[in-house]
Each structure stands twice: as C-alpha cells, then as structure tokens.
Design a protein around this ligand. Sequence first.
Ligand code: SF4
Ligand code: SF4
Length: 310
Amino acid sequence: MSESSVKVKSNTEGLVFDIQRYSIHDGPGIRSIVFFKGCPLKCKWCSNPESQSSNIQLFHSHNRCKLCGRCVEMCPKNALTITNNEINIDRNLCDLCGACIDVCLYNNWRNVGKWYTVKEIMRELLKDEKFFVTSGGGITISGGEPFQQKKFLKELLEECNNMCLNTAVETCGYVNTSALKNTLPFIDILLMDLKHMNEKKHLEWTGVSNKLILKNWEVAASNCKNTICRIPVLNGFNNTESEIKEILNFIASVGIKEAHFIQYHRMGEGKYKSLGLEYMYDNIPVPTYKQIEKYLKIAEGIGLKAQIGG
Ligand code: SF4
Ligand code: SF4
C-alpha cells in the first residue's frame, strides 16, 4: 500500500517525541520506532529523560552554545539569562513560543514532542513499508510508556494490523490491566520490562511499586505468546546473581520463554541538563559485558532463551 493511498479514519492525536527509521533493534527485521511521550515511572537511570513528561519541553543544546545572547534578547517572556557563562532558563516563565528556536543561528533550541493524528503517523510509517516487507520488520511503539496514551496506541496498532504490518510494543508494565488486555490482540511482540522483584527497591529506584507490574506479567504471559522480558541491568540496583535469578525464576514461572538483558549506558546523561533536570544516577559504573554474560548462562540454565540487548 502506498503512503498516498492510506485510508485511515482515526483522528485521535498522540504526543510523540521521535520517529526512528531503519532500526534493527527492538524487534525483528528493519523497523520504525515511534516514541510516545509520557511515563508513569521516574527511573533514576533513564536514558531518555525527554520521554518522561507528558508535555512538550524546550531542549537546549548547551554544549554548542556560543553565548551570543540573541535568544536572550528575543525572548518575550524574559525567561532566559546568561549566568556563569551559560544560558539559564526559567521554565516557569517560558510558554514555548519558539522565538529562541527561530533566532538561534546554531540550531541550539528545539521543542521535544509533537502532536500527531493516527493518520499522520501512518503516513510517516508507510514511507518505509518496502523495508518492513523485505526484512520481516515492522513497527515498534516505544516511549516513554505507550500505554499512557492508550486510545492513541490501540488505534495506531489497529491500523498497523489492518495494513498487515508487524507490531511490537515496549512497555514498563505499569499500565492499566484492562487496557493491556484489550490491546494485546493487536500486538505481535510484547517487549515488557521487569526491573526488580523487591517492591521496596523498585519503589525507591523507579518511583512506583512493582505490584501492578507483576500482576500484568501474568496477564501478558497468558494472552500474548510472544512476550519477551527485558531486564535493564544496573549496578547498585539489580546487578547481583540473586536479584537476577529472582526475576528469571518469576518470568519462567508465568510461562515466559525469552529474556533480554539490557546493559545500562550513560548516553542520555547530557540530555538532563538540556531539559533542566537533575541526573540521579551519577558516578555509578556501567555493568561489564562479562557480568551480564553470567546472567545469560543462568537464564539458559533455567530453560530460557536469552540475549544481551535487543
Ligand atoms: S542564540 Fe543560540 S548560540 Fe546564541 S546564546 Fe542563544 S542558544 Fe546560544
Ligand atoms: S520558547 Fe519563547 S518563552 Fe520560552 S525561552 Fe524560548 S523565547 Fe523564551
């Protein structure tokens, strides 16, 4: 189906912060990944801090700033100042008017987040339809937490199903259980996180209890055959054999067959400052490949298919 012949009825809108094309991660084949904005968790290590807020946010590439002062002069809300040799933003004054974006000669400003209708997203996605077909790929919906915009998610997945596009959804699992159940029929691959089995530790590091997540694991395992567990491995949080074993034993007990270990990385660190946020996982070493290899063996030992990344 060509993108010009897309016949999508839904005008439901959703807030998206990125559409990544030609990805070979997050599902089989060549995929386009749609990143929804908004997440109920506040993981200390999050590498996509721009995904957490459900609002559009002003992003400043401070590393490239020449401190020319043009944006400061042009800001109608006087939200910008230069102090200590850097631009400071009073986000309570900023109304996202975009004047700073227009005036910077170095493209140092942008708004993160854009409203799309289901129809507009489908138009974008179908530009790469031939790659999906030839590679066995498809569409992955990520975030943020896709179920935060459950109506938009379901309608988008329904349209992908109508057009025979393979669908994968990445979720933290902290989602409305009936929304999960109602949406699973439109999901080919569910990539669901399980970060920790200890409720107190889960709450401390992510901001939420794991009770709902564990309940949803049982729902996902019995309603979606292709549910894969993603375990982010983080020093100081869950990087011990006993903690990982607990997770693996639980997922095996509910009937899951595959686990992916996600090695924590620091690539998102610089984005915190650009969004006016504080990075909470500073000075903690990244887990080594060797450490995670041990977990692969443990997973395989209890009959799970396992890999690093993906
Ligand atoms: S206009 Fe651009 S380069 Fe100049 S101070 Fe503002 S952000 Fe920096
Ligand atoms: S978006 Fe508008 S109000 Fe906000 S800092 Fe830029 S110029 Fe000022």
